[in-house]
Design a binder for this molecule. Structure first.
Ligand code: NAD
Length: 498
């Protein structure tokens, strides 16, 4: 029987009054959960609850250690539910338990503990150059009500990146789940409710698609900051809307990550990593490795190595603990990937592995595809697929490698594979992306911030920079002198600095 997922508003689970939508198990095609399409009324009610909790509820004035205690309580409860939640994610979006348990749910628990520490580390500044009697300071204050809009590919971890940081900073929140994964994100908020550590209104959750739900949330005058993760097109639409009232915005958007592979690379390690980086949960990750940019002398060897490793990936039921690659999360994502494979072939690409499915649409499983001989100026070279499609390009010189790597409107990340540290650092400087790995792919730590350049986004998440993105700075200047009179000073000593 399908799960009935509700909104969470002002500390209570609330059934919607209007239409509902279903999330589908992509492995079986069966309805997994039913959730409300939240309209203007529900959005207004959630934002009003968050507004009250921010303006009058006291969460923002609590000591950092109190906010930390609440986040730790949530982390402990979430940890006790890891098995249930990773099973739910596998069923709702097809990400295998083998990958989602460690990378998603355990990762989310760890992040909450980090953010608990961060709540005790927020610091202001006192300017050090004034005369001793003047105290000139900058105070960090929470920015207010934060709208947290997330995609489906990490429905718990991406939610925690935003929620943990916003709560540590003292904000109150209204989260909107993805229409593909409402039940998975609701399981996180269930833990928020059950741990009983957050006052009503501090955390709210709405379900529904971009239109009407996301749009109403973004347009709500009660929202001070919008933190969004999702596609670049939606990010741009949100930023336009937010500009109307100068609401603060952070955007974590799409990517098109290259791996630059030089002849002196440790190929065994490199091929293992890029194969995993390209096809782990079917390439449905913003930092998936999507383009191999390979020195001509090792091109064929690299293609062979990736193809043979990809053939060994276990594909199948995401609940099977040996499986690494499950189905595509949705019909939309499946169709989009198939369209890009077709486009790649039309652009002149050759299939080294996979290709168009023999029985398209029979299931949402899509074989890993490796395309070679694609034109670097083609659309497949420049656009985000967000599926199991890896394109391989050749280069002769470092300049050519950089030109190929930088030939997209995105700037999220990339990896460089060489034993020559000078070359690696030179390439890292000139690769026009915000997140670079040398001789690895996919390692991420909550302590280090993350974000994108160009069409990959604006702002940082994780690390202290991620928490600070939920702060607003207030300047406070105190003159402790009784002898100094501003009016007399202005009238008597023009130009003199105090
Ligand atoms: P999407 O843009 O379709 O949707 C993301 C979220 O925005 C969903 O909750 C959706 O309902 C909501 N939304 C849609 N239209 C809206 C509107 N007009 N106003 C407000 N909200 C709206 O993206 P998706 O398909 O869910 O996710 C895949 C994308 O996310 C990929 O492009 C991927 O690269 C990106 N992503 C980026 C990162 C990162 O950290 N940079 C991480 C994960 C995913």
């Amino acid at each position: 029987m399908a799960l009935m997922v509700r909104n969470y508003i002002d500390g209570r689970w609330v059934a919607g009054s209007g239409p509902t939508f279903d999330s589908i198990n992509p492995s079986t095609g069966q309805v997994l959960a039913s959730a409300p399409v939240s309209g203007a009324e529900e959005v207004a009610s959630a934002v009003a609850a968050a507004r009250r909790a921010f303006d009058h509820g006291g969460w923002r004035w609590r000591k950092g250690s109190d906010r930390a205690g609440a986040l730790l309580a949530l982390a402990d409860l979430l940890e006790s539910r890891i098995h249930t939640i990773s099973t739910l994610i596998a069923c709702e979006m097809g990400k295998p338990v083998r990958v989602n348990r460690a990378r998603e749910v355990e990762g989310a628990v760890d992040k909450l503990r980090y953010f608990a520490g961060a709540a005790r580390m927020l610091e202001g500044r006192v300017t050090g150059v004034t005369i001793p009697e003047i105290w000139d300071m900058e105070l960090p204050e929470p920015v207010g009500v934060a709208a947290l809009i997330i995609p489906w590919n990490d429905p718990v971890d991406l939610a925690v990146r935003k929620l943990g940081a916003a709560l540590a900073a003292g904000c109150t929140t209204v989260m909107k789940s993805s229409e593909i994964t409402p039940a998975s994100t609701a399981a996180l908020i269930d833990a928020v409710h059950d741990c009983d550590a957050f006052p009503p209104g501090v955390v709210n959750l709405l379900h529904g698609p971009g239109e009407p739900t996301g749009n109403a949330l973004v347009g709500s005058p009660g929202v001070d900051k919008i933190s969004f993760t999702g596609s670049t097109a939606t990010g741009i639409a949100i930023m336009r809307r937010a500009a109307e009232r100068l609401a603060k915005v952070s955007l974590e958007c799409g990517g098109k990550l290259p791996a630059l592979i030089f002849p002196d690379a440790d190929l065994e390690r490199c091929l293992d990593a890029v194969t995993f980086g390209a096809f782990m949960y079917s390439g449905q990750s913003c930092t998936a490795c999507t383009r191999l940019i390979v020195h001509r002398s090792i091109h064929d060897k690299v293609v062979e190595g990736v193809v043979s490793r990809s053939r060994e990936l276990s594909i199948g039921d995401p609940l099977d603990p040996s499986v690494l690659v499950g189905p595509m999360a949705s019909r939309r994502q499946y169709d989009k990937s198939v369209q890009y494979i077709r486009l790649g072939l039309e652009e002149g690409g050759q299939t080294a592995l996979g290709g168009l499915p023999r029985e398209p649409g029979q299931s949402l499983y899509l074989e890993p595809t490796v395309l070679i001989d694609l034109p670097p100026e083609g659309r497949v070279a420049r656009e985000e697929v967000f599926g199991p499609v890896l394109a391989v390009y050749r280069f002769d010189s470092e300049e050519e490698a950089l030109a190929l790597a930088n030939n997209t409107p995105y700037g999220l990340g990339g990896s460089i594979w060489t034993q020559d540290i000078s070359r690696a650092l030179k390439m890292a400087r000139r690769l026009d992306v915000a997140d670079i790995w040398i001789n690895t792919h996919y390692i991420r730590n909550v302590e280090t911030s993350f974000g994108g350049r160009h069409l990959s986004g604006i702002g940082r998440e994780l690390g202290m920079a991620g928490v600070e993105s939920y702060l607003s700075w207030k300047r406070l200047c105190i003159d402790t002198r009784s002898s100094f009179h501003l009016k007399e000073w202005v009238e008597s000593s023009p130009g003199e600095s105090r």
